[in-house]
Design a protein around this ligand. Sequence first.
Ligand SMILES: NC(=O)c1ccc[n+]([C@@H]2O[C@H](COP(=O)([O-])OP(=O)(O)OC[C@H]3O[C@@H](n4cnc5c(N)ncnc54)[C@H](O)[C@@H]3O)[C@@H](O)[C@H]2O)c1
Ligand SMILES: O=P(O)(O)OC[C@@H](O)[C@@H](O)[C@H](O)[C@H](O)CO
Length: 464
Amino acid sequence: MDVIDLSTSGLPVLADRGMAVPQYDRETLVPRIVHIGVGGFHRSHLAMYVDRLAAGGDDWAICGLCLLPGDAAIVDALRAQDHLYTLTMKTAAARSSTVIGSIVDVVHAPTDDEPAVERLARSDTAIVSLTVTEAGYDDTDRNRRTFDLIAAAIERRLDRGLGGVTVLSCDNLPGNGDAARRCVLAACDRRSPGLAARVEVSCTFPNSMVDRITPVTTDDDRRALLDDFGLRDRWPVVAEPFCQWVVEDRFAAGRPDIASVGAILSDDVHAWERYKLRLLNAAHSAIAYLAALVPYTYVDEVLADPDFANFLERLLLDEAVPSLDPIDGHPPEDYVATVLDRFANAGVRDQIARLCVDGTAKMPRFLFPIVSDRLANGGSVERCATAVAGWARYLAVVPEADQAPDAAADRVRRLASAAREDPGAFVDERAGFPPDLAASAEFREAFVDAFRRLDAGGPRAAIG
Ligand SMILES: NC(=O)c1ccc[n+]([C@@H]2O[C@H](COP(=O)([O-])OP(=O)(O)OC[C@H]3O[C@@H](n4cnc5c(N)ncnc54)[C@H](O)[C@@H]3O)[C@@H](O)[C@H]2O)c1
Ligand SMILES: O=P(O)(O)OC[C@@H](O)[C@@H](O)[C@H](O)[C@H](O)CO
């Protein structure tokens, strides 16, 4: 089999080799969605939904907007292959690959604001979507730029007599639309008096729950495409088959018929989002650091370990589930079973190291709310405390160069080091604990006990 590079002209060859490829005319698509943060998840999720829409005859498409210097690699990769890429869905038994055609342009604006603002302000932009990570909504200079650009673009649109846009966060955080709204309105206040009020009446910020486990792309993923299809794709995406998107139907400038391709339009996104953040994301953060200390490399290895599987199941059923309001017809226990099943998928090879990234942004959003609820309403916090102790021990003992990136970890790392002498020192508001956790003798005691067990016997002793 000849090796070909991914490009529009190669699509017929790939179709002959059995790969699903776009059958629609990409030239006629209109990039009404401008997406900031063209990482793996955007390409496994929103871009896939938009690809399905195009396959059904819709003309919506996506322009990627990359704002960080480090985005040069993805920009180059996409440009070199006509913005096409492969999405491979994997289980232990099978994998299936599709070429996704819904991204039709990409703008890289790491330093110069004007190309970004002008692209966002264009008359055909209807949705500005975001996957800029949880930490991307914290108030830092780098993050401010993202929202300053959006505010500048909306102002330009309104001054030109164009309407507002929908700002659609697809990040994992409680009330992601509300968080995006707060960041955009703060940027408006920084920019000009009165702009925030104009944005409030012209733009919308739907909340959404987004879900598809999407590991970091590896060279093995690239090699598999070469072996199976003779295809060289510079930056393919792999994901699990499961995919979910629940979103509020508040779109200021129109939307495609996303329900027709599987999205759920709902007024009750918060209930779904809580299920997901407290049962799936919290579970990821709960095992991440303990597993890294073993060390395990992949999530499925952790689930194949009966001690870890039992620890996680008990944490979810005994501590996380009681903190949730059940959704009619969708018992949380069923959701837990699905999550455990998805984590056990030995085909997807999701990396523990990926889950360890940005713990300071994720612990307060995923795991601490469960503990807060337990402290307020009664019930054990022992397993959540063990998970947090795993995080502290990881920060204290894993050499910094080997730790997963976490831009805000310096202070927390110092507290974790201090915890080796005095474990209780870690449970401090400076480590991101909310006041109720920091002040709770019950939580502190459970944490200290778990930290000591970890110190004495490692992760297995702590989770037993
Ligand atoms: N990977 C998943 O399984 C998954 C599933 C559901 C939701 N998500 C959400 O998507 C986010 C991104 O995940 P990913 O797997 O695509 O990660 P990724 O590292 O592959 O991509 C993130 C992209 O966002 C850009 N980015 C990061 N911070 C930014 C900032 N402050 N401003 C502008 N751009 C920024 C990066 O340059 C990169 O292109 C997650 O943090 C999460 O909120 C991910
Ligand atoms: O993507 P993050 O960094 O918010 O969290 C890590 C994982 O929990 C997350 O990516 C899940 O895999 C995802 O949310 C599944 O939909």
